[in-house]
Design a protein around this ligand. Sequence first.
Ligand code: SAM
Length: 238
Amino acid sequence: MERLIEGAGKLGMKLTTGQVKQFELYYQELVEWNKKMNLTAITDYSSVQVKHFLDSLTVTLALPEEVTSPDFNIVDIGTGAGFPSVPLKILFPEPGLVLLEPTRKKTAFLHHIIGKLALKNVEVLNSRAEEAAHLPAYREQFALVLSRAVALLPTLVELALPFCRIGGTFIAQKKGEIGEEVTRAKEAIAVLGGALRQTRKVESDEFADARYLVIIDKIHSTPGKYPRRPGVPKRRPI
Ligand code: SAM
């Protein structure tokens, strides 16, 4: 895990021996399960350390200070094999975490990996965001909403902001040329009760392409009709 240890160090984090062992185990299980189902196209040891583990940990650049407070909680929309929130949970074990993922095979892996890594206070929710966001147990309940590689921003904010409590934050991980995507999302952000705080470039020579954290504050309640029916946010973004 040398590349991860070094990259995390540059982000200001020193991984403990226990955390390194957890990442090692995560890697082994990911690759093993990937033989029987499609979890990731990235499987070589070095690339997983950088493109999955370290990339997930770049979220720490924008984490609110309250991350260790008892009522802090996180939901990861479309987490797939657990990115970005499972690496984050390895570093910050305290906050409650909901892993939202509609593909049942992936949720089987998520159940397996949280058991293997002995992570506490984690719920795996097998649902689409459009459905789960209307359930009172999840609607406007989270201090932090995360999402990586799920949808273009105008769609993604409709899937994510309804989960965020007022005063909370949504961080979307994005890469490439995102200026126009962010501009196109501005109306949706406002309609859904958000305010764009910052598009922060991740300064790291570990990544060949440009990576960004789009940081959105939740300042008003999301109108009850959002998110719209499954598939509509993608087909007809606000
Ligand atoms: N976030 C993970 C990562 O960065 O590796 C997975 C990214 S994968 C490209 C996109 C994931 O989003 C898939 O696992 C898919 O099932 C999930 N997804 C797609 N539409 C969704 C929706 N409407 N609600 C929740 N999850 C969704």
